[in-house]
Ligand binder design. Structure first.
Ligand code: FEO
Ligand code: CA
Ligand code: CA
Ligand code: CA
Length: 525
């Protein structure tokens, strides 16, 4: 990939100003089409699109940039929206918990650009379907069948699917984030949630490629995954634990990625090593069960302050990690193991993405009001020798939120082929437009060059409707369309004919000239 040192993102769009307008505001020359909103029918069976759309991935059909499957995470459901009008006919008059389980998880929809250039959903799709609180998953990896998951080899349902990632073998990873309340509310075993799930959008019956939960990636408040091939041919998966004072992780597969094996590479997510970042030392620390047990059972063990804040005691941690603790203990209680081994507590790590230009890794640390980081920051990690398998790294604060940069509460990230980092923001609804957040207007989408003369500067590309956060930005391969989810708008967006409530919806943004975004030509070389 060649990058012009003069790259200026605002050469391809005129940045917008922060605004409180109740609309998805875009720069001159750009427009959007609503693809699917809460309650829309998605297939011939009559399934409907769920609530609070989040992460999106476009899976081209036959390599097309204009027809494909769009995976959409559906993070959680607000009980005020449990109206029969949003339910499929086969879900009418069901108990509220049944409706809740139906309307979150994820959706596969088929989308295409019609002859007039409008992006639409194709409800005749044979692939379109829902993955939700009723889908059966295989539990795979070190915790499968262990007493830590009640001996289970299967789990029913997925919850709190926030962000995720695409694998190198064209399947979908989706992350179970704030699962605790939802699992408890539906009386489900908590240990079956908090994992990274994998689904093949092209397996329309979910039979050839059984949906699975990958316990080797650990159990915590998973935000997203990003995957890169190491110099030895293995792969690394970077992940954040989105809670206050929580850690950044990386998984390295034991085996090597073999493109010829296609989806069978999924097995590589069952056997590998999980590490946690110690930012002070610039080292990745292996999450080793024997080492955790040794520390917890030492006579001088004292509870780290971060775990004290979560009401852990010497006794509770010794029960969590018995003297003969196995990897299953570590995979089920990953945050506790990580802190005990010296993982650095950070300010709510949300998305991580790999820069396609130089393999540096970007982390959205959204905020941590407890110690005054009210606007958050974006951290950049440089692995030693640019190898994802390195055990040592350097890091910098790439950009800080606030009035100077223009953004606050960075959340989901994506890269374009010119190494511009696209960042959506998630100021909480109760903060938007108030106090120190007033200057920022509604939540938005920002473009930050990672090289060249504007490195680290933020240019605002979009502003969302009132109350919403923008989530899940994802480009088509030709970069002529950008998918984006508008989550929890509160007033009356998207105002289509017949809409009576504000509705979470996923859109396609048009007006891009294609790769490279600022030069109008291809730069892959
Ligand atoms: Fe669901 Fe961390 O955002
Ligand atoms: Ca959210
Ligand atoms: Ca998020
Ligand atoms: Ca967030």
């Amino acid at each position: 990939l060649k990058l012009s040192p003069q790259a200026k993102p605002h050469a391809f769009f005129k940045p917008i100003m922060p605004t409180m307008e109740d609309e998805l505001v875009l720069p001159d020359g750009f427009s959007y089409d609503v693809l699917a909103a809460y309650g829309d029918v998605i297939n011939e069976k009559g399934d409907t699109f769920g609530f609070n759309c989040d992460f999106t991935v476009f899976f081209p059909i036959d390599g097309s940039n204009e027809r494909g499957l769009l995976w959409v995470n559906l993070e959680y459901i607000n009980d005020d929206y449990m109206k029969e009008q949003y339910m499929p006919s086969f879900m009418q008059n069901t108990p509220i918990d049944t409706k809740r389980r139906y309307h979150q998880g994820g959706a596969v929809i088929e989308v295409f650009k019609d002859s007039k250039g409008t992006w639409k959903m194709d409800t005749s799709s044979k692939y379109a379907r829902r993955i939700n609180g009723f889908t059966e998953f295989d539990i795979v990896g070190p915790a499968k069948g262990s007493s830590l998951v009640g001996g289970a080899t299967k789990a029913i349902g997925t919850w709190a699917n926030c962000s995720g990632g695409m694998t190198l073998w064209n399947t979908l990873l989706s992350c179970e984030e704030n699962f605790e309340t939802q699992a408890r509310r539906s009386n489900l075993p908590s240990e079956h949630y908090g994992w990274v799930i994998e689904v093949d959008p092209f397996d329309e019956n979910d039979e050839k490629f059984k949906p699975r939960k990958h316990t080797a990636l650990g159990r915590f408040n998973h935000e997203n995954t990003c995957m890169g091939i190491t110099k030895s041919g293995r792969f690394a998966v970077y992940m954040g634990d989105d809670k206050q004072n929580a850690c950044v992780y990386k998984y390295i597969s034991s085996g090597k990625f073999d493109p010829a094996k296609g989806k069978a590479n999924s097995k590589l997510l069952e056997d590998g090593t999980l590490y946690v970042a110690n930012l002070g030392a610039g080292r990745w620390v292996k999450l080793d069960a024997a080492e955790v047990a040794k520390r917890v059972h030492a006579s001088n063990f004292s509870v780290p302050s971060v775990l004290k804040m979560r009401d852990q005691t010497v006794q509770s941690l010794r029960e969590m990690f018995p003297a003969n603790a196995t990897q299953a203990h570590v995979m089920v209680n990953t945050h506790e193991a990580a802190i005990i081994l010296g993982g650095t507590p950070t300010d709510r790590p949300e998305d991580l993405e790999i820069n396609p230009f130089d393999n540096s890794i970007f982390i959205a640390h959204t905020n941590n009001a407890v110690h005054g980081n009210i606007h958050g920051h974006i951290t950049r990690i440089f692995e030693k020798e640019d190898d994802f398998e390195s055990m040592e790294f350097m890091f910098e604060i790439f950009a800080a939120g606030g009035r100077q940069s223009g953004f606050s509460a960075p959340d989901n990230l994506t890269f374009d082929s010119n190494a511009n980092l696209w960042v959506v923001t998630d100021m909480s609804e109760s903060n938007i437009g108030k106090g120190v957040y007033e200057w920022h207007g509604n939540n938005g989408l920002f473009v930050l060059p990672t090289h060249g003369q504007n490195e680290g500067e933020a240019f605002q590309f979009a502003s969302g409707p009132q109350g919403c956060e923008l989530t899940g930005p994802w480009f088509t391969a030709d970069e002529k369309a950008l998918f984006l989810a508008v989550q929890h708008p509160t007033t009356n967006w998207p105002r289509r004919k017949g809409d009576v409530d504000p509705l979470p919806a996923v859109v396609a943004i048009k007006g891009f000239k294609g790769n490279n975004l600022d030069k109008g030509n291809k730069s892959n070389g």
